[in-house]
Design a binder for this molecule. Structure first.
Ligand SMILES: NC(=O)c1ccc[n+]([C@@H]2O[C@H](COP(=O)([O-])OP(=O)(O)OC[C@H]3O[C@@H](n4cnc5c(N)ncnc54)[C@H](O)[C@@H]3O)[C@@H](O)[C@H]2O)c1
Length: 274
């Protein structure tokens, strides 16, 4: 036995929604832990892609950007193929493409807006998981797994939300899509298990990304947001989600499969006002 050394996450990371926000924070965390390649998949404009890529490259890590819409199977299939053409394999996938969807109440639900939330947050997770798993099923284990430990052909982390457990009025579309994400993750975990592929979800608390900034733009929304932060105990940092995803992705987490990790500083267990 000897002390462990070397990079924590030396493989290739493939991140949907990777150009900005939490997805980009994950990319930066993977780069800091020694990933040899990062792939950012998104539908952002060139400026956002370049900014996301710059943050990875300034750590000294090679970064590929791919414009692909996770609701379109052909796009995701192409993105995986391009990533593999460049880096040879995908070791860690993080599916963080998502939208907040409509705040319609159920009695007033616009079905097109409902469907859009399901398309991105549920079907998008399914499609990304599908093509990432297909690639991982073809791969041998990542190198460097400790002797006697379980090999890992790949790890997939799907982004759910505290809304995969609980809900609020006017969030039916988002809540349903995030429950679906948690469900897809559980089934995928059992299907991936025989292939040494782990599939887990994470549920971040409340982070002031571009996705949620519109909430803060009204007085009522600001009060609501402040309440979320208070229940969470403090403001959360994007890199706290990034680092948790990296740690969950490494082969040392071999027995953690089909889990939904709440990264929320106790938000979901806090029934009190502090
Ligand atoms: N910010 C929070 O408080 C919070 C909390 C819980 C969960 N989440 C989840 O985190 C994930 C990332 O969101 P964020 O907060 O970083 O917001 P964000 O808007 O900064 O990032 C989401 C990214 O997904 C991309 N995207 C949207 N639709 C896409 C599509 N069809 N194909 C490809 N990419 C697409 C966007 O372009 C964007 O870059 C989402 O799934 C969101 O639901 C966020």
């Amino acid at each position: 036995m000897s002390k462990r050394s070397g990079p924590l996450a030396p493989g290739v990371a493939f991140i949907t929604g990777g150009a900005r926000g939490l997805g980009n924070a994950i990319a930066v965390s993977f780069a800091k832990e020694g990933a040899r390649g990062i792939v950012l998949v998104d539908i952002q404009d060139e400026k956002a892609f370049q900014e996301g890529k710059r943050k990875v490259e300034e750590i000294g890590t090679e970064c590929l950007t791919i414009f692909a819409d996770v609701t379109k199977e052909a796009d995701v299939e192409r993105a995986v193929a391009e990533a593999v053409a460049k880096f040879g394999r995908i070791d860690y996938a993080a599916n963080f493409a998502g939208i907040s969807g409509t705040s319609d109440t159920i009695s007033d639900m616009n079905l097109e807006l409902w469907q859009k939330a399901q398309d991105v947050n549920a079907t998008g997770i399914l499609v990304a998981t599908k093509y990432e798993m297909r690639q991982m099923m073809k791969q041998d284990s990542i190198d460097g797994v400790e002797k006697g430990r379980i090999p890992q052909s790949g790890s997939i982390i799907n982004c759910a939300s505290v809304n995969s457990l609980q809900t609020m009025p006017s969030t039916a579309a988002y809540t349903a899509s995030k429950h679906a994400c948690a469900g897809i993750t559980k089934a995928a975990a059992l299907e991936g298990r025989p292939h040494n592929i782990r599939v887990n979800a994470v549920s971040p608390g409340f982070l002031l990304t571009d996705l949620v900034k519109p909430i803060e733009q009204t007085d009522a929304g600001k009060i609501l947001w402040d309440g979320f932060v208070q229940r969470q105990g403090r403001v959360a940092l994007f890199e706290e989600v990034g680092d948790a995803v990296v740690l969950m992705s490494i082969p040392r987490m071999s027995l953690v499969n089909g889990h939904n990790l709440f990264i929320d500083n106790g938000f979901t267990i806090n029934e009190g006002t502090t």
